[in-house]
Design a protein around this ligand. Structure first.
Ligand code: ZN
Length: 487
C-alpha cells in the first residue's frame, strides 16, 4: 500500500500505523443498533464514521469484511444485568410479538441508513440467530475457569480474570477502584462481585424471548453476542472493532474479557470509538425530550427543528467534525452545512465545464493533502477544508485566470469524484421542492436574461434580476454572463 493510514487505537491510546493482519484482507466489526426504536442521530454517527473507514480502506485497495450486528435480544434497560429487555418492553407497550418489534425497527434502521448513503455491511448477524454459538462460547469460558453458575444464570468471574489478565485495559479503569465505588443493586446478590456480568440469564416467567440451555431456559447476556459473532465471522483475532464511545465501558471491556477468557487472547487489534452527539448543547436522550429521529430530521416534523434537513446535509454535517470530537447539532449549524454542501456540488459542476488549455495548474499538491488528511486518523474536517480550498482554483480556472492541461484536469476531476462521491459518500440530492433542480433552473433563467440584455431589453433583464433577488438569489454580472449565489 502506498498510503500509510494512521488510526487512533483506544486500547493503546495512541495513533498507530494501521497494518492489516492478513493483507489485503481486513476484518472489521462494529456494534450495530439495539432495534427497539426509530433510528436517530446517535445511530447515524457510528454508521457514518465506520462507513468512511469501510469506503477508504477499499479505496486503498483492501478487501474488507465488515460485520455490523443487530442486537435483538439480551440488551436490558440501563445496560444492566437486571431490568426489562428493551425489545420486550416495547413489544409489551405496543402489544406486538418481540420479533415484530425487531423486524419493524430493523427495517426502519436500514431505510435511514440507505438514505444517509451508508453502505450495507458484508454481514449483518442477529444475536438471536446465534444462540448456539453463544452457548458454545460460554462453554469455553467455563472450561477455562472464568464463569460460574448460580440459580440457572451464568456469570463472568471478573475478580478471577483480573488476577491472570488485567480487567480494565481498554477503559483504563482499575477493578479495585470500581469495587470501592459500587453499591450492590437489588437482585444482584447472585453475583460474587457486583462487577461480574451475565453470560446467560435464566428467564423469568414473563420473559418472552428464551431458549433452552444446560443451565436454564433463558437468554444470553448482552456483551456476549459481539464476542461470539465477531470471532465467528472474522476469526479469533481480527483487525478493527468500532462503536460509539458510550460502548467502551462496560460493553467493549467485557468483550475483551470474554474473548481472552475463552481464547487466551483479546480478539481485536485496533479499537476505534466515535464520540457522542449533543443537541443544542444537551446530551440526547428520550427523558430529555430531545431524541429526534432521523425521519424527523428528514421531514422537519419536530418542535426543535426549524426546517427539514436532507440526509446528505446530516451526513455532511457529521463529516465536518472529526469522529473523536463531540458534535453539537443546532439549526444554525445544519443550515450552514446545507449551504456548504451546495457550494461544494456547485464547484464540482463548474469543474465539469472547464476545458483544458495549456500547462498550468497541477493537481498533485491537492492530491497529497487529501490523502494526508484521511491518513491522519480519518480527519474528514481537514479533508473537507482542502476540498473547499480547491474550489478557489476551480473558480480561477473557470475565469481563465489560470490554465490547466488535459492530464491535470482529468486528475482534478478524479480527485473530487473519489473523495466527495466515493469516500465521503456524498451524493447530489434531487429535492422534491425543486432545490435539486434549482441550479439548472436558475442557469436557464439567467441565459434568458442574458439574451434580453444582448437585445438591449434592459427592462426584462432587470425584472428577472429583481424577481430572483426577492427569492434570495443574488446575481453578480460579469462580462460574459453572470454568477449567482443563494443568500
Ligand atoms: Zn457490541
Amino acid at each position: 500500500m502506498d498510503n500509510q493510514l494512521f488510526i487512533y487505537n483506544s486500547l493503546t491510546r495512541k495513533k498507530e500505523e494501521f497494518k492489516a493482519l492478513n493483507p489485503p484482507h481486513v476484518g472489521m466489526y462494529v456494534c450495530g443498533p439495539t432495534v427497539y426504536g426509530e433510528a436517530h442521530l446517535g445511530h447515524a454517527r457510528p454508521a457514518i464514521t465506520f462507513d468512511i473507514l469501510f469506503r477508504y480502506l477499499q479505496h486503498l485497495g483492501y478487501k474488507v469484511r465488515y460485520v455490523r450486528n443487530i442486537t435483538d435480544v439480551g440488551h436490558l434497560e440501563n445496560d444492566q444485568d437486571e431490568g426489562e429487555d428493551k425489545i420486550l418492553k416495547k413489544a409489551r407497550l405496543e402489544s406486538l410479538e418481540p420479533m415484530e418489534v425487531v423486524q419493524y425497527y430493523t427495517n426502519s434502521y436500514h431505510r435511514s441508513m440507505r438514505q444517509l448513503n451508508v453502505l450495507d455491511p458484508s454481514i449483518e448477524p442477529h444475536a438471536s440467530g446465534h444462540i448456539i454459538e453463544q452457548q458454545a462460547f460460554i462453554d469455553k469460558i467455563f472450561e477455562n475457569g472464568y464463569a460460574y453458575e448460580k440459580n440457572g444464570s451464568v456469570y463472568f468471574d471478573v475478580e478471577k480474570y483480573n488476577k491472570k489478565y488485567k480487567y480494565g485495559i481498554l477503559s483504563g479503569r482499575v477493578l479495585e477502584d470500581l469495587q470501592a465505588n459500587t453499591r450492590t443493586l437489588d437482585g444482584q446478590d447472585e453475583k460474587k462481585n457486583p462487577f461480574d456480568f451475565a453470560l446467560w440469564k435464566k428467564a423469568s416467567p414473563q420473559h418472552l424471548m428464551h431458549w433452552p440451555s444446560k443451565w436454564s431456559e433463558g437468554f444470553p447476556g448482552w456483551h456476549l453476542e459481539c464476542s461470539t459473532m465477531g470471532t465467528k465471522y472474522l476469526g479469533d483475532e481480527f483487525d478493527i472493532h468500532g462503536g460509539g464511545m458510550d460502548l467502551l465501558f462496560p460493553h467493549h471491556e467485557c468483550e475483551i474479557a470474554q474473548s481472552t477468557a475463552a481464547n487466551g487472547k483479546s480478539a481485536v487489534r485496533y479499537w476505534m470509538h466515535n464520540n457522542m452527539i449533543t443537541l443544542n448543547g444537551q446530551k440526547m436522550g428520550k427523558s430529555l425530550g430531545n431524541a429526534v429521529s432521523l425521519d424527523n430530521f428528514f421531514s422537519g416534523d419536530h418542535k426543535l427543528l426549524a426546517q427539514p434537513y436532507s440526509a446528505m446535509t446530516i451526513r455532511f454535517f457529521i463529516l465536518q467534525a472529526h469522529y473523536r470530537g463531540t458534535l453539537d447539532f443546532s439549526n444554525e449549524a445544519l443550515i450552514s452545512a446545507e449551504k456548504g454542501l451546495e457550494r461544494l456540488f456547485r464547484g464540482m459542476d463548474t469543474l465539469e465545464k472547464i476545458r483544458a488549455t495549456q500547462d498550468g495548474y497541477k493537481a498533485e499538491q491537492l492530491k497529497q493533502k487529501l490523502y494526508k488528511a484521511l491518513n491522519d486518523d480519518l480527519n474528514t474536517p481537514v479533508l473537507i477544508s482542502h476540498l473547499f480550498d480547491g474550489l478557489k482554483q476551480i473558480n480561477q480556472l473557470k475565469e481563465g485566470k489560470i490554465s490547466i492541461d488535459d492530464k491535470n484536469l482529468e486528475e482534478l476531476k478524479k480527485l473530487y469524484h473519489d473523495f466527495v462521491i466515493n469516500i465521503l459518500g456524498l451524493t447530489k440530492e434531487k429535492k422534491e421542492e425543486g432545490s435539486g433542480l434549482t441550479s439548472e433552473l436558475i442557469d436557464t433563467i439567467l441565459r434568458l436574461r442574458l439574451e434580453a440584455k444582448q437585445n438591449k431589453d434592459f427592462e426584462t433583464s432587470d425584472r428577472i434580476r429583481d424577481a430572483l433577488s426577492a427569492l434570495g438569489i443574488e446575481i453578480k454580472d460579469k462580462k460574459d454572463g453572470s454568477d449567482w449565489e443563494i443568500r
